[in-house]
Design a protein around this ligand. Sequence first.
Ligand SMILES: Cc1ncc(COP(=O)(O)O)c(C=O)c1O
Length: 388
Amino acid sequence: MTQYKIPMSSPDLNDADRQAVIDVINTPILSMGKYTADFEKSFCDLTGAKHAIAVNSGTAGLHLCVRAAGIGAGDLVITTPFSFVASSNALLFENAIPVFVDIDPKTGNIDPELVADAAKNIEKYLPRTGSKVEGRKSVKAILPVDVFGQPANMDAINAVAKEHGLAVIEDSCEALGATYKGRHAGMLGDFGVFAFYPNKQITTGEGGVIITDDDKAAHFMRALRNQGRAPGDTWLQHTHLGYNYRIDEMSAAMGASQMSRLDEILSKREQVAAWYESRLAEIAGVEVPFIESFTTRTSWFVYVIRFDGKINRDEMAKKLKARGIPVRPYFLPIHLQPYMMERFDWREGDFPVTEDLGRRGLAIPFSGVMTEEQVDTVCRTIREEIIK
Ligand SMILES: Cc1ncc(COP(=O)(O)O)c(C=O)c1O
């Protein structure tokens, strides 16, 4: 296995975060206790949401939102193929149909004009097998993703949702702390979801949080998270078909501690992104991330550069890895994942912008604990490999 000089990502944990976990394991309550409640409250405090529901992954959070929005078999949901697979998988879990539209080539976020067109002319956008799906219904929701920590153009998306009476589930798994026109990512639709895998801005090991202002949906999702137990149910009574999507107290304690210094964590990531930008912007053939004017704070998740058409991304990735720099193509389009192609007959060429960014994008090492020297090493190696 290649030994890398610099890790691809690193959690940003301090002694207080570690102590928080030790505090929990010195108590008898390891699930459904005070730390989960504190962790949830930190999200209401940050975003102004009425409800925050902590779960054991971002995927679980998205799935609960899909259930709460009443999305079921045959329902159509307009979403993006340029994302981590979980945003579409959450729909497939309920046998709903993801209807993909292409993305903005600058940001990689879903293109609101295509969302508007799809809401009006859905037949044009259905997967090849879509019209054959038994029991196919109408468009029920839009599921935009805040890609790489930058919010989608949510005002434009919400306008389409309003016109057509659709729910909006904002996948903010990559965008904790980002703001759009001064408003918090995750609060821009009916539901927002964050995720805390160790490469995320804050981590709980595994974990997620849903935020919403909808009382009824929040109560339903709390019940579904806890094996379908409604308020008043005993341990062995289950009003609904539910799941075990509970977060444990150790994870919640780590998360609450991390949330108390979110601003510091995001600022460190901003600094690393700025170091990268100043060095990479000068290298011919390398594009740095584009930030929209309506993004009032980017919450840097990964740092994805794009090579121009003359540079072979995969060759470059091999060379960088051989020199001890870990890199990863980002994203491999969802519609080209084998199970998606098999189920919906998506083909190469169906979403050209997504495929183009998927072919040219490369995530380079990134975290808030990177040093300027490490950033220098990465940038120098990229420059040397390009001019070779
Ligand atoms: C856009 C997006 N959606 C959903 C998820 C799923 O989160 P998790 O890995 O916590 O299930 C992720 C996490 O990688 C993500 O990046």
